[in-house]
Ligand binder design. Structure first.
Ligand code: NAG
Length: 350
């Protein structure tokens, strides 16, 4: 009698588990890299979580590369059901920033930095800041993955929340260590630099983490937050080497980022591709990519909020449709009209 009761209750448990699994979706978001343009992404996160249904953005999984890793690491400190509070906090973190809280000059100058430390600036302040934030929260509350590139092997390496908690700040900062600008970071056998040098978004881990939690592709909802913008050379360009390097870095990420998404979509066609955002107005370029002062970041935060609201207004899946339509335009047409302008045009019509 007792035995059969036990069996019945475990069958009940199993069947309710299956029902839950069948109903539940897994929400994931992937954040791209882009230096101070990370402020734009924080604005998008704020916009999503201040829309009609913040619960739609209770991401179970967040992945990030470079500046996107800083955002996803911050988001991961909050439970999925605290999206509104999280997004207000994330905005405040960005509003509080200044460049000197991210990096400082080396005591013996930039040449010494390059030759001895592999980066023009010392971003120890960023490591200290991320460590302080992590310590004050004490744990990670959703699945998170950051990616870097191993300098020696050229391999793309990913680290998730199964790593020791105390190592996560270093791994986050390693992901954001733009080569030549910030020093490589040593971790175990790895020498790590900015993950955006290979892939500027980590879509694979976002989907794989959901799958590892038992979800089918068709139950996975994916949002992609990009901050790419086609670099337009400006009149009065200084020709400064650092400025040029940062321009090159962003243009390269623009092209690789676009193709990565299309390629990925082909391999995982059943995933629910929901919102895709990218800046529809000006964002930092060149030297301003490493300018973290409010004069540079506040307009990007505000643009992010506006774009998030417009993405929702346009509708689920629509950003991905626009994206694919744009990629079918001829190279000449694409030269005339950046994808950012293309999105802006469609937001106006929505
Ligand atoms: C922003 O700075 C203020 C003043 O220093 C501080 O009290 C607050 O905790 C900071 N907020 C965040 C989210 O870091």
């Amino acid at each position: 009698m007792r035995g059969s009761l036990k069996i019945t209750s475990s069958i009940l448990l199993i069947s309710s588990f299956i029902v839950n699994q069948a109903q539940a979706v897994c929400r994931a978001a992937a954040f791209a890299g882009g230096g101070s343009r990370g402020a734009y992404e924080a604005g998008v996160v704020y916009g999503f979580n201040h829309a009609k249904n913040p619960a739609d953005f209770s991401w179970d999984v967040v992945t990030g590369v470079s500046a996107g890793a800083l955002n996803s690491a911050g988001i991961a400190l909050w439970a999925p059901n605290q999206g509104k509070e999280m997004s207000e906090w994330l905005e405040q973190v960005w509003l509080n920033l200044t460049s000197s809280q991210i990096y400082v000059d080396w005591p013996l100058g930039w040449l010494d930095g390059i030759t001895k430390e592999s980066g023009i600036f010392d971003n120890t302040p960023l490591l200290n800041l991320v460590t302080k934030l992590y310590t004050s929260f004490g744990s990670v509350k959703r699945k998170t993955v950051v990616s870097s590139v191993d300098v020696n092997t050229g391999q793309y390496v990913i680290f998730d929340d199964s790593m020791p908690f105390s190592d996560l700040p270093l791994l986050t900062v390693a992901s954001a260590s733009i080569p030549f600008i910030f020093p490589h970071r040593h971790y175990g056998d790895h020498i790590l630099m900015d993950g955006g040098t290979v892939w500027n978004t980590n879509l694979i881990s976002a989907v794989d983490k959901c799958k590892a939690m038992g979800h089918a592709d068709s139950d996975i909802i994916l949002d992609i937050i990009l901050c790419d913008q086609k670099g337009i050379s400006e009149i009065g360009d200084t020709g400064n080497a650092l400025n040029n390097f940062l321009r090159y870095y962003t243009i390269q990420s623009y092209y690789s980022g676009m193709n990565d998404i299309l390629e990925f979509k082909k391999t995982r066609p059943n995933v629910q591709y929901r919102y895709l955002t990218l800046p529809t107005g000006p964002v930092a370029n060149g030297l301003n990519m490493i300018n973290f002062n409010p004069s540079n970041t506040v307009p990007m935060i505000e643009l992010g909020k506006k774009d998030a609201a417009n993405a929702i207004k346009l509708g689920e899946g629509k950003g991905f449709e626009l994206f694919e339509q744009y990629m079918k335009l001829s190279p000449q047409e694409q030269d005339q009209l950046s994808i950012n302008e293309y999105f802006a045009m469609h937001y106006e019509k929505a």
